[in-house]
Design a binder for this molecule. Structure first.
Ligand code: BV8
Ligand code: ZN
Length: 261
């Protein structure tokens, strides 16, 4: 994205008016916001060792029950990626929005903690977290050792830990396909989307439901929605704009505009 094209896109009068009027802002993020931190997005998270697996098939209860070592190994590989990563300029810009008089809610589909490590507090995680494993049998929270797991032997398989409470298998603390999202978080996400006047949708393909309803709810409630994504995608409802390009370039620009109003 050249800065000239960015300036032209930002000068859109409707977009400028929406940024000027914003008071209740929602940031809704997907895997693309962490792409520039080196975290593979969900649809391309099968790089290297994992090339022959379909994430939607690995991210299920059935896959874990059928092959717990493969699934636990995959999540530990992803958790190691996150531990080795740093928040990027997009995470930092979003965190800076909290230090303004805006009412800000950060809602993420991501299971990493890069928003929190950038300084965003109270992030609504709709799909759980890599850092909150729990027992698959009794639900007891499990504390992972701070050090990285011993390198998976075949670079792929790793035995899940055993629950200290009931000796059941520990599973990743994420929401798998076919599992319900945390009810309170989803309800709060829908309510803030319906009440906001600006929603920034950052780095999501918008294909996973019910989370993908969040920008739709905002648009139908009259909010302005700005999609930040190299792949242009508009829902075609109400007041929306697509800023084509990487989040780490667009978010600092957008936040600078919001802060200099
Ligand atoms: C459920 C955790 C029912 C695990 C994930 C309608 C209504 C309800 C459900 C459904 C429905 N239709 C279908 C369903 C079923 C299903 C679903 O949505 N399937 C899809 C595939 C069609 N939904 C479910 O199963 C949900 N559960 O409905 O339960 C129920 C109810 C009651 C009781 C019991 C059951 C559960 C869904 C949650 C699944 N878990 N994650 C894990 O991470 O392993 S979802 C997974 O995909 C990730 O969390 C991710 O957040 C999510 C969405 O992906 P994105 O974040 O958008 O990432 P993606 O890679 O797709 O796209 C990245 C984007 O970034 C791209 O657009 C790219 O262009 C862009 N990008 C790249 N680089 C950059 C960038 N953008 C900016 N800057 C860059 N540099
Ligand atoms: Zn247990």
């Amino acid at each position: 994205m050249t800065s000239q094209s960015a300036d032209v896109q930002l000068r859109d009068p409707g977009l400028q008016a929406a940024l000027c009027a914003a008071q209740r802002v929602v940031v809704f993020s997907g895997a693309g916001v962490s792409a520039e931190s080196g975290i593979a997005t969900f649809r391309d998270s099968l790089i290297g060792l994992w090339q022959n697996f379909d994430p939607a098939r690995l991210a299920t209860v059935a896959a874990f029950e059928q092959d717990p070592e493969l699934v636990w190994g995959w999540y530990e590989w992803r958790r190691m990626q996150v531990l080795a990563a740093q928040p990027n300029a997009a995470h930092l810009a979003i965190a800076a929005l909290a230090n303004t008089n805006l009412e800000l809610t950060v809602i993420t589909q991501n299971v990493d903690d890069l928003h929190e490590r950038a300084g965003s507090a109270q992030v609504l995680h709709l799909h759980g977290s890599l850092h909150q494993p729990r027992c698959h049998a009794c639900g007891e929270a499990h504390r992972l050792p701070p050090e990285a797991p011993r390198e998976p032997t075949g670079g792929r398989r790793l035995s899940p830990p055993i629950c200290a409470h009931c000796a059941g298998m520990v599973r990743p603390g994420v929401v798998w396909f076919g599992e319900a999202l945390p009810e309170h978080s989803l309800q709060q996400a829908f309510e803030t989307a319906a009440d906001c006047d600006l929603l920034l949708s950052v780095g999501t393909s918008g294909v996973v439901y019910p989370a993908a309803q969040v920008p739709e709810i905002a648009l139908r409630s009259g909010a302005a929605v700005i999609h930040i994504n190299p792949q242009r995608q508009l829902l075609g409802i109400g007041r929306e704009w697509a800023l084509a390009g990487p989040a780490a370039e667009w978010m600092p620009r957008l936040v600078k505009t919001l802060l200099s109003r």
